[in-house]
Structures are given as structure tokens and as C-alpha cells.
Design a protein around this ligand. Sequence first.
Ligand SMILES: Cc1cc2nc3c(=O)[nH]c(=O)nc-3n(C[C@H](O)[C@H](O)[C@H](O)COP(=O)(O)OP(=O)(O)OC[C@H]3O[C@@H](n4cnc5c(N)ncnc54)[C@H](O)[C@@H]3O)c2cc1C
Length: 369
Amino acid sequence: MKAKRVLIVGTGIGGATAAITLARQGLDVHCIDIKPERPATGAGICLLHNTMRALSTIGLAEACQESGMPFAVFKEFDDSGRLLHAHPAPPSCGIRRPELARILETAAQESGAVLEKGMTVQDLTDRGEYVDVRLSDGREVSYDLVVAADGVYSGLRKRVFGTDYEPRFAGQSVWRFNAPRPAEADGFCLYRAPSGKVLGIFPTSRESCYMFYLESSREPMRITEDRSHVLIRDRLAEFEAPVIRNALDLITEPSQVIFRPLDITLVPTSWHRGRVVLLGDAAHAPTPQMTSGAGMAVEDAIVLAECFAGSDSVNEALAAYDTRRFHRVKRIYDASLQLCVNEQQDAAGRKDRSAALLLETYQYLGEPI
Ligand SMILES: Cc1cc2nc3c(=O)[nH]c(=O)nc-3n(C[C@H](O)[C@H](O)[C@H](O)COP(=O)(O)OP(=O)(O)OC[C@H]3O[C@@H](n4cnc5c(N)ncnc54)[C@H](O)[C@@H]3O)c2cc1C
């Protein structure tokens, strides 16, 4: 039997894209998110060539390029801001996360999906041919399919798949903040200090950029959140590059700094149990080194809809989704994790091996999905 009514849990990048692709297949899409509204602030995100290709198939690449900033160069600087190298990079687009969310959610609604914020799943019973769901506002609704797109800490995954795939700490935490874009930040830029510290910058629009710093630790770090603006300045004190100093001078409030330990998970196939299927970070949350988690979520959404378009059977469509996605996602997840481990070990020769792995994985990302 073909699916007709779909519940998507999570209106993040994966959930909103699935709302677009499934609604455009003619499915009745209801997409809910526990957060009462779309976040107005947030960090930036890099949409790589494969992500832009996927967004272009649903007609949204141009909107991202207009709101964000396309780039195709990779630059390395020393801690004083001296340019060491500039190489061509895969054509990408940097964008602020709230802007990407606005573009995706608007397209989801225009495609016919119903989006409801401040809503979650209270209870869920899989009846085989359909799933009975009690929503948090008390409504009881039956769906032919439930898509768990509720992120790395997915409550639905825990409920339906058990606790085997709970995220684990990857050995690094990330500090992130936004800044006005200096002219030199016209690509993916890394500033390297002799101590081994690395600060990354990429543009998120013609006017803005995003800076990130990864810090390794054996155990997940706990910080005093109301001092995060002071803590980040301390950590980056050795960088003398004017673009970094100018940006740090503008960081005066803890709310300007986003800190989070990197927690990762990869669920082995099958990604569905009965009529509940995982998508995006709920199925696979990599470390950010390949800047690909969101790209994988967008690709998931496109492939899931293609599998439903190509089959009259829900089970067949879900099996095809597993087959088409798992190998590709695992390769990106493994490469990201290897790069993350290399950064933590920082041993001689690792940099070269990381560069080779990065290049090879970029090429793989360009292959058809
Ligand atoms: C530091 C960092 C940098 C990154 N940089 C990049 C990058 O440059 N490029 C890239 O491609 N990827 C990047 N990623 C990965 C990317 O952010 C994720 O892969 C992507 O956001 C996953 O999208 P998602 O929709 O699966 O999950 P999420 O974006 O986490 O969305 C999940 C949604 O589910 C909702 N939700 C949660 N629980 C419930 C519930 N119980 N009921 C209802 N709703 C619920 C949440 O509110 C949220 O809106 C980065 C990740 C990190 C940590």
C-alpha cells in the first residue's frame, strides 16, 4: 500500500527538506517541532557542492546563494594573518542557519506541508499498516509513515530503536560566533597558530561571516556559560590576525558565543522499524570536519521521496532508502571522524594525510546519489 499521510518530527534542515520533497510527491505532510518558533539567531553553515546540487534539484540553491555567499577558495593563514596558501575549493555556499531554516520552511509550506511549532509526539503505537500518534496537544492522529528527523539526541530513535545508538562524545568541543565579514574571508579560511590551535572562518553572507574553534578534551568539557565570551577570548589570545582580533573585540556578551561538545552517532541499517524511519542527524550525526551533516540530511530527504515515488509499497520504499543512503553516509561519517581523530592526535604527517582524505572525500561527494 502506498503511503498517504506522513508525520515528520522535527522541522530542522532534514525535516523541513523532507516536508518539501514528500509534499511535492503528493503526500499529506504534517511536520512538527518541539521548539515554539524558528530560532532567530544561530551560527553559520557551509553548504558543499553536493548539498548545493541537492538544493538545486528542489529549486532552492539560488535562494541560498542570494541570502548567503557562494565561494570556491580554500585559504590558509598563519596566526598573524599572513596568507600562506590559496587553493581552489569545491563550489560551496556559506549561509546563516536561521536564513537556511527560513528558506526551507517557506518552501515546505508552499509545497503544501503543514508545519506546527511547539508540538511533539506524546505517544506512538505502530499498528503495522499505520502508526497511531498522540500529539502533545492531545490530538490522536493516524499516519502511514512517521519520519524521525528530531536530531542527534532523537527521542523517537530512543523510543523505537532503544538506547544502543545514543550519541557519544567525539573528543572535541566547538566554539562558534558570528562577525562582520572582512574582505579576506571570501572562502573557507583556516588560521593556524604554532601551538597547533586552528581557527576557521567562512562567509555567511556578503556582510557576515562565522568563526569556529575546535578544542580537544578527553571528557566532554563543562564551561560556565555566562563566561563563554571571556573564555573564547582567552583561548584565542595567541592569534594576532587583525580579522580575529577585530571580531573578538565585538564579543561582549555570552549569548554571542555558541559552545557545544561534539556528540556523534551512526545507526546501522536498517533505519526503519515498522513505519518509523530515521532521517538526518537522528540516523547519522558526524563530526563537522567534512561540513556535511546537513548535506547528508538534505540528500536523505531527496532520496526518501524518490524511493516513495518509485514504489507502491512502503516497505520496499524504506528498504530502497536504506540501500541508497547507508554506504554513502558511512563513508562521510568515517572520513569526518578520521579527520577529527587526526586533529586530536596532531602527530607528524597527519596534516598531509588529512589533506589527502579531505580531497578524496570531496570528490566522492560529487558522485551521483
Ligand atoms: C559545530 C557544527 C558545525 C556543523 N557545520 C556543518 C556544515 O558546515 N555543513 C553541514 O552540512 N553540516 C554541518 N553540521 C551538521 C548539521 O548541523 C546537522 O547535520 C544538521 O543540522 C542535521 O539536521 P537535522 O534536521 O537532522 O537535525 P537538527 O538540525 O538538529 O533538527 C532537529 C529538529 O528536531 C526538533 N526536535 C528535537 N526533538 C524533538 C521532539 N521530541 N519533538 C519534535 N521536534 C523535536 C529540534 O527542535 C530541531 O528543530 C555541523 C554540526 C555541528 C555540530
